[in-house]
Design a protein around this ligand. Structure first.
Ligand SMILES: [Zn+2]
Length: 443
């Protein structure tokens, strides 16, 4: 019989067993961090806390958070891996660099054992999304230093599927390879298929549906939580668009995916990561229960090279379920509401670019889905200026009417006032992943 879970021991672990396992691993990991990580030794010396005071998950609240700034400063103090490197540099086996969208890089080092754990969690996610050994999958993320390239490739490979390392660019060659090699799965960002549609028609003279792709393993961008966005990919390509690749590059490459039963992300890093939620404003712990929202804080449970304790991810999650899923997995289910650093306060209402994106997606094809929030001054805001691109088939004469319609929808659905300006497709500045830059600060 085919296995339904990649790692049933971990993915279907009971809450009692998980608690026991986390406790045990946490005590060992904290002891390791206190013994070998100079950054944490210094951080904790200032608080006066000793390793032996951390005996359970609740005790972690006694320790200060770790932030991206801590990692950056640590790598400036001790290049390239930082003084949070707890293993000897000789044991480092693979190194990635975070993507440079913000202009500040972090080197992420992995030992042989760290790679094994990373691969296992990644395989759990891709397997949950439906990838199987009989599949042929083309991996179209950037291989240049980024974890999403080579490490995701090795995660895909572990499932037994045949993996074609394509990378980014050269899309005309890509569609030919997909057709010629009988590839049926694509791993990419969710916005990539929309770009490929025209290439398929142009280069091969066929409809995207006839190319043969049946499963999409997507990650790296938001959008898929919106059923109309998924419906558009499914209708155009005849493939199942799966949200299969959620990770935090400084912590763990991929540890969450949807399953065949529900379109909710499942936490799949049991035994490797301890996930907690906090109130992003006060730093108070929030218990993981259905319906709560909070910023995810992660602690490694078995990490050798660069172990992190209470790392603030900036990702705001909403917990959708905590009991076992119909698929048998017991990890909590969640959706990513937004980034705490993207959160804007408009007359007391918390606004996330993701929320605006969902309203805009519902207005395709009048709009093409791309937009930007333009900020002229720091918070607080009484309204937001939003620039959005109209759809390819729209006559510019219609744009004022469409802009007013969007303003009204934002008011009804998100309860804040927006001033919308529509511009031609491809006008808004794009990131290196090809998405519009969502927030532009002009101050
Ligand atoms: Zn499930």
């Amino acid at each position: 019989m085919e296995r339904t879970l990649w790692n049933p021991v971990m993915e279907a672990i009971s809450p009692t067993d998980l608690k026991k396992l986390e406790q045990q691993k946490l005590v060992d990991q904290i002891q390791y961090v206190f013994s070998y990580s100079t950054m944490y030794q210094e951080k904790y010396r200032q608080t006066g806390i000793a390793a032996k005071e951390i005996t359970c998950v609740q005790d972690l609240a006694k320790l200060p958070f770790t932030t991206k700034t801590d990692l950056r400063e640590s790598q400036i103090r001790m290049p390239p891996y930082g003084d949070y490197l707890a293993a000897t540099a000789d044991l480092v086996n693979r190194v990635h660099r975070t993507s440079g969208a913000t202009g500040q890089f972090i080197y992420t080092a992995l030992t042989h054992n760290d790679i094994k754990i990373t691969n296992d969690c990644g395989a759990r996610a891709f397997w949950a999304a439906g990838l199987r050994p009989h599949h042929r999958v083309v991996h179209c993320l950037n291989y240049c230093l980024w974890m999403g390239g080579y490490t995701d490739h090795s995660n895909l490979e572990l499932t037994g599927a045949s993996v074609f390392p394509f990378g980014v660019g050269n899309s005309r060659q890509l569609v030919r390879v997909i057709r010629d090699a009988g590839i049926n799965v694509i791993s990419s960002t969710p916005s990539y298929p929309a770009y490929l549609e025209d290439v398929v028609r142009d280069e091969l003279g066929i409809e995207p549906k006839d190319l043969g792709l049946r499963l999409g393993l997507f990650g790296g961008e938001s959008g898929l939580e919106n059923p109309s966005y998924r419906g558009r990919i499914a209708d155009t390509w005849g493939m199942q668009p799966q949200n299969a690749n959620y990770g935090v590059s400084d912590v763990l490459c991929n540890f969450a995916s949807v399953c065949g039963e529900t379109y909710q992300l499942h936490f799949l890093a049991q035994g490797a990561l301890l996930a907690q939620l906090i109130d992003p404003a006060t730093g108070e712990d929030i218990p993981i229960e259905e319906g709560v929202k909070g910023e995810m804080v992660l602690t490694h449970l078995e990490k050798e090279a660069q172990p992190l304790v209470r790392y603030r991810t900036s990702d705001i999650l909403e917990i959708l379920g905590t009991g076992p899923c119909r698929c048998g997995r017991t990890g909590f289910r969640f959706r990513v509401v937004g980034r705490s650093d993207d959160m804007l306060n408009v007359k007391g209402i918390n606004v996330f670019p993701n929320g605006i994106s969902q309203v805009i997606e519902k207005m395709v094809p009048d709009l093409n889905g791309e937009f930007q929030i333009v900020l002229d001054h720091p918070s607080p805001y009484i309204s937001l200026n939003i620039t959005a691109e109209y759809g390819a088939g729209i006559n510019p004469d219609q744009k004022d009417a469409i802009a007013r319609k969007l303003e009204q929808k934002i008011k009804t659905v998100l309860f804040f006032t927006a001033k919308v300006e529509l511009v031609a497709p491809q006008t808004i500045q794009r990131t290196e992943m090809g998405k519009a830059v969502r927030v532009l600060r002009r101050y």
